[in-house]
Design a protein around this ligand. Structure first.
Ligand SMILES: Cc1ncc(COP(=O)(O)O)c(C=O)c1O
Length: 430
């Protein structure tokens, strides 16, 4: 008998190859290989504010009754637990400063997903053929750039400033794509509407409205969809309260909306939800059915119990109070250590988990840069290189994403001091 043929090469799909960006793996590996390093890179939520007691209480309650326990431990359905979808109606309507009746929403309009990440990839699966185009902010959420690559879609950058994606630039980009004969390939505009990962900026209210109008205007051979990623919506610390982009899409034809309990409650439960235009409900459900025929039912029931208990809002208030202190610690440290380094600027986020810092153009920040090496190897601090967050057509190399999610305020201060020291070393050599 022949020995097992262990040397034959694997024949992987194109999608496997397209999916191999690897940036996250590299960052995680750096974290593991350098355990003493202070991480301003990790986008994880603060472990001290995770809702241990609340989760314990709810799970105990859920499982205390045998019949209910059996129900929760059974498979759910593809769109997800009706209990949770019903709880989500007033919850979501509350964020919209409205009621489910006024919004004309029912539980059938909601799709529950495994984190919001699953809704992002379902969107890619539902809309893109290889070569299709997605318009993105610059910078944008780098994991979504990976999801686009994984389906062979092309990301095209649209000029972005501290109020988010610029509608005039979006209009111009669409006009030039039409001139090049590529408009029929443009399927999606992706927007992280609140406290974007990585830049911390939110899309200005007037721009939200305008971008929905532009999606309508440029829907010619097919409907142009906006994917509104509201992952950080609830983590608002101060500043303006923004209506969703979804709220401007009065015909409910152009916006896919997604939100998550990862940031406000626990990323471990992997519960996200979405609203999609009617005609996308079936394709999404078909794709999700093939993938997992429903996200973790027990976790959805846990979230339903938490929302129903009345303890969710106080928990979120606590989380926000903790992040506010940490955001302030990072901004104070930025003032203290970076103000006198020429050409360094940073955004002041009103929510979310990130501060976006820009350096002079002659100081690149990538994994292979002298700064990254100096920071990780000698100053014991790590950040996310900004270049990961740009589509290939407009990469900028002189930014950093700094997260205040994980570290306590005193360690944030220490990390920022070390990072400033690393920048001074590199600036003095440039
Ligand atoms: C902008 C953005 N969208 C979506 C996600 C996905 O999160 P989850 O799948 O945990 O909901 C993240 C996670 O960090 C994010 O930053």
């Amino acid at each position: 008998m022949n020995a097992p043929n262990s040397f034959s090469p694997l024949s992987l799909s194109n999608r496997s190859h397209w999916a191999s960006r690897g940036a996250i793996s590299f960052l995680m590996q750096q974290g593991v290989e350098n355990p003493g390093v202070l991480s301003l890179a990790a986008g994880l939520v603060d472990p001290t504010t995770l809702p241990v007691e609340l989760a314990q209480q709810q799970l105990t309650d859920l499982l205390a009754d045998d019949a209910r326990a059996r129900e929760c431990l059974q498979y759910g359905t593809t769109p997800g637990s009706e209990h949770l979808r019903r709880e989500l109606l007033p919850f979501f309507a509350g964020l919209e400063k409205s009621t489910p009746q006024e919004l004309d929403l029912t539980a059938d309009d909601l799709l529950l997903t495994t984190g919001s990440q699953q809704l992002l990839s379902l969107t890619c699966d539902a809309l893109f053929n290889p070569g299709d185009i997605c318009l993105v902010a610059a910078p944008t959420y780098f994991v979504f750039l990976g999801a686009l690559e994984a389906v062979g879609a092309q990301a095209i950058s649209v000029k972005t400033d501290s109020d988010g994606m610029c509608p005039d630039a979006l209009d111009e980009t669409l006009a030039s794509l039409e001139q090049e004969g590529k408009l029929d390939r443009v399927k999606l505009i992706y927007l992280v509407s609140y406290y974007e990962n990585p830049s911390g900026v939110s899309l200005a209210t007037t721009r939200r409205k305008r971008i929905v109008e532009l999606a309508k205007k440029w829907s010619k051979s097919h409907r142009l969809i906006i994917l509104e990623d509201a992952a950080y919506r609830e983590l608002q610390y101060d500043g303006e309260v923004y209506p969703s982009i979804w709220s401007f899409d009065t015909d409910r034809e152009h916006v896919i909306y997604t939100q998550t309990f990862s940031k406000s409650f626990s990323p471990g439960v992997r519960v996200g939800f979405g609203l999609v235009p009617d005609e996308l409900k079936k394709p999404f459900s078909d794709l999700k059915g093939n993938d997992d025929f429903g996200s973790a039912h027990l976790n959805q029931r846990l979230m339903a119990g938490v929302l129903d208990s009345g303890k969710y809002a106080p928990h979120v208030d606590q989380v926000k109070a903790s992040y506010t202190l940490k955001r302030d610690a990072m901004l104070a440290a930025a003032d203290k250590y970076f103000s006198d380094i020429e050409g360094v600027t940073w955004e002041h986020p009103h929510g979310g988990l990130y501060v976006w810092m820009s350096l002079p153009e002659n100081i690149p920040t990538g994994f292979d840069s002298r700064l990254f090496e100096e920071a990780v190897q000698r100053q014991n601090v790590m950040y996310v290189p900004g270049e990961l967050c740009f589509a290939a057509d407009a990469v900028e190399r002189n930014h950093m994403r700094l997260s205040y999610g994980v570290l306590p305020p005193d360690r944030i201060d220490e990390g920022m001091r070390s990072l400033a020291a690393a920048i001074r070393v590199i600036a003095s050599q440039s």
